[in-house]
Design a protein around this ligand. Structure first.
Ligand code: MG
Ligand code: MG
Ligand code: MG
Length: 306
């Protein structure tokens, strides 16, 4: 048995490229290759495997004495335990060359692309092997995850080509819509109450006689953020007296768009926002280019209050 395994704290690429490359090697050689994982799945990867209908790979807590192929990493610190005592047969990666060592020559394919699943795609293509629907769906998801649906500066034309080929085989018609669904499922905001979301990252400040609180969440999902803005606006108004602040501000930061929507409550908060920022409408404001509470939000609010 040969295990194909990604890094610890596995992301979608580490899991899905292990599945995809194991499927490729099996199809190519007829030998037994098995995808494994070096840790628990994150919510995004859980969504992906369920969505495409694939089983969670087996946990391999120690590589001692095992035949392994590494995907999506080549650093000892990131590898499953006892990697020095494993027999490493191959490495497929898109990171800088690290410190994994072998006793003999191996197949080592490292490419500066956005995702390991793109390198897996080249193996299928170069050998004229077709990928099945579920595997293609998993590999497409990995590329969307690693490249932030093609928005990351690490994304190359080859990543886009691979993702499109996988999407076609997987029957994913609208890649961006699917990516949104996946990012939403993977969001740390899912399943949390408004109160939990307010206090996930919340700080209190004092300016003159005014105590104010500023909470912040970040997401890549525009739809998730605009829904949440309404929920949080209602929540901070309804629960205002519970928080022990004269004013409450809550930032919903869109990482991709490099902007924040801010909702706020408290007597005089409206005027403070008007003074501190360019515009505000009915207790909400859109702040283009604002992502940092520390540098871009607290100083102008403090200034406006004094
Ligand atoms: Mg990774
Ligand atoms: Mg990766
Ligand atoms: Mg990643």
């Amino acid at each position: 048995m040969i295990y194909v395994i990604g890094h610890k704290n596995p992301d979608t690429d580490s899991i899905c490229s292990a599945i995809g490359y194991a499927a490729f090697k099996k199809a190519l050689t007829g030998q037994d290759y098995k995808a494994a994982r070096a840790g628990d799945l994150n919510p995004e990867t859980e969504f992906v495997l369920k969505h495409v209908g694939l089983e969670t790979p087996e946990l391999l807590p120690s590589a001692a004495g095992k035949d392994v192929i590494l995907v999506d990493h080549n650093e000892v610190a990131q590898a499953t335990d006892d990697i020095a005592d494993a027999h490493i047969l191959e490495i497929l990666d898109h990171h800088k060359i690290g410190d994994v060592q072998t006793n003999e020559p191996i197949y080592f394919r490292a490419m500066p692309v956005g995702c390991t699943a793109t390198i897996v795609y080249l193996h299928f293509k170069e050998n004229n092997i077709e990928f099945d629907k579920a595997t293609a769906g998993a590999l497409c998801s990995a590329i969307l995850s690693d490249t932030l649906a093609f928005r990351s500066p690490t994304c190359t034309d080859l990543d886009v080509e691979a993702a499109n080929a996988y999407a076609e085989a997987a029957g994913i018609e609208d890649i961006q819509a699917y990516a949104k669904e996946m990012f939403k499922a993977g969001s740390e905001l899912a399943g949390k109450s408004p109160k939990e979301i307010l206090y996930m990252d919340f700080k209190k400040f004092t300016a003159g006689n005014t105590t104010y609180g500023v909470g912040q969440v970040t997401s890549m999902d525009e739809d998730e953020l605009s829904e949440l803005a309404k929920t949080m606006n209602d929540y901070i108004h309804e629960s205002f007296s519970e928080h022990g602040c004269d004013m409450l501000f809550f930032l919903l930061t869109n990482i991709l768009d490099e902007s924040s929507e801010m909702v706020f409550a408290g007597e005089g908060a409206d005027e403070v926002v008007k003074k501190a920022f360019t515009s505000s409408e009915e207790g909400r404001t859109y702040l283009k280019g604002v992502v940092s509470r520390k540098k871009q939000v607290v100083p102008p609010i403090t200034e406006a209050l004094s």
